[in-house]
Design a protein around this ligand. Structure first.
Ligand code: NAD
Ligand code: UDP
Ligand code: UDP
Length: 311
């Protein structure tokens, strides 16, 4: 049994991670400031003797005793991370410094939830970990992209300078139950719109692509990376290589729900990446990991969840 800190534990991915770690017999400390997360996501864990919840903002120091740290705290949806961009950068950068300082003091192993956004609007396709990316340093996505890139820098410098045990995971678009209905990300938006019979909002012409990973697969990859041998530091892509246009995703969702919603076009946001697909050779080789849930199946499970919470 390990004592494990999960920052951002009341969020979408964090809540699934806490659940899995508790089921595996660990003692979990969930830290969150509830900016985008919710106590509802972890309400079912509150009575568990091995689960503890703490309201805390990771931009401030945190003194606790743990064996492992999963650093997930950071808004992930463009709508939310652009709401207070200065705070977004602080969360990634000051949050990383504080969690790395904590890991250094207590000699804990620490995993960073990084992102495919470090590749920006990529000129290399699919994206391999060796690609350095094409990121606008001063655009509306930069607070998130550059914040996450700086966090990666900090992780590798704490590793080089202080010999910390680090794990850097580049997460590609992940979806599933407990995404916030107003989260603004494409899968939750389309499902909620289709269930309500509202127009499906495609930004741009819908020809941009994304590769969607179901949450259970993602969490399995995350835990395998944390448990991998010390020399496996990453960065390592975790995502589902199945690549779809946003238009195809909209049509898929409409068909699965049997919705009468119409597709409408809205302007494409600045710096919206045109394509994204993970090269997962490293994850297959080093973690013996690959996704198992097809988009169709994952969407069905996600739709069932949203049906239960959306009128
Ligand atoms: P989410 O918004 O549901 O979860 C983020 C959590 O962090 C929320 O509970 C939020 O309240 C908390 N948080 C934000 N700022 C904080 C702060 N300063 N102090 C403490 N808590 C704070 O998003 P998610 O999809 O669960 O993403 C989790 C992590 O994974 C994020 O770091 C995100 O960048 C990364 N990621 C997610 C995806 C994806 O597709 N879901 C893709 C790439 C990277
Ligand atoms: N820190 C923390 N908890 C700890 C130890 C450190 O939050 O248990 C924070 C503290 O705010 C510090 C930061 O992590 O500023 C970086 O710590 P480090 O030891 O690397 O640097 P220093 O203390 O020299 O600034
Ligand atoms: N998108 C869309 N309609 C929406 C929400 C998003 O067409 O209602 C598009 C968005 O422009 C982007 C893709 O879907 O091209 C994925 O957007 P999301 O915000 O989910 O993630 P990210 O852009 O960070 O990959």
């Amino acid at each position: 049994m390990k004592r494990i800190l999960v920052t951002g534990g009341a969020g979408f991915l964090g809540s699934h991670l806490c659940e899995r770690l508790i089921a595996a017999g660990h003692d979990v400390l969930c830290v969150d400031n509830y900016f985008t997360g919710s106590k509802n996501n972890i309400a079912h864990l509150l009575s568990h003797p091995h689960f503890e919840l703490m309201r805390h903002d990771v931009t401030f120091p945190l003194y606790v005793e743990v064996d492992q740290i999963y650093n997930l705290a950071c808004p992930a949806s463009p709508v939310h991370y652009q709401y207070d961009p200065v705070q977004t950068t602080k969360t990634s950068v000051h949050g990383a410094i504080n969690m790395l300082g904590l890991a250094k003091r207590v000699k804990a192993r620490i995993l960073q939830a990084s992102t495919s956004e470090v590749y920006g609007d990529p000129e290399v396709h699919p994206q391999h970990e060796s690609y350095w990316g094409k990121v606008n340093p001063i655009g509306i996505r930069s607070c998130y992209d550059e914040g996450k890139r700086c966090a990666e820098t900090l992780f590798f410098d704490y590793w080089r300078q202080h010999r910390l045990q680090i794990k850097v995971m580049r997460i590609f678009n992940t979806y599933g139950p407990r995404m916030h209905p107003n989260d603004g990300r494409v899968v939750s938006n389309f499902i909620v719109q289709a269930l309500r019979g509202e127009d499906i909002t495609i930004y741009g012409d819908g020809s941009q692509t994304r590769s969607f990973c179901y949450v259970d697969d993602l969490i399995e990859g995350m835990i395998r990376l944390m448990e991998s041998p010390e020399e496996t530091t990453g960065p390592i892509n975790i995502g589902n290589p199945g690549e779809f246009t946003i238009l195809a995703l909209a049509e898929h969702v409409i068909r699965l729900i049997g919705s009468k919603s119409k597709i409408i076009r809205l302007p494409l946001p600045q710096d919206d990446p045109k394509q994204r697909q993970p090269d997962i050779t490293q994850a297959q080789k080093l973690l013996q990991w690959q996704p198992t849930v097809e988009l169709e199946n994952g969407l069905k499970r996600t739709i069932d969840y949203f049906r239960s919470i959306v009128a």
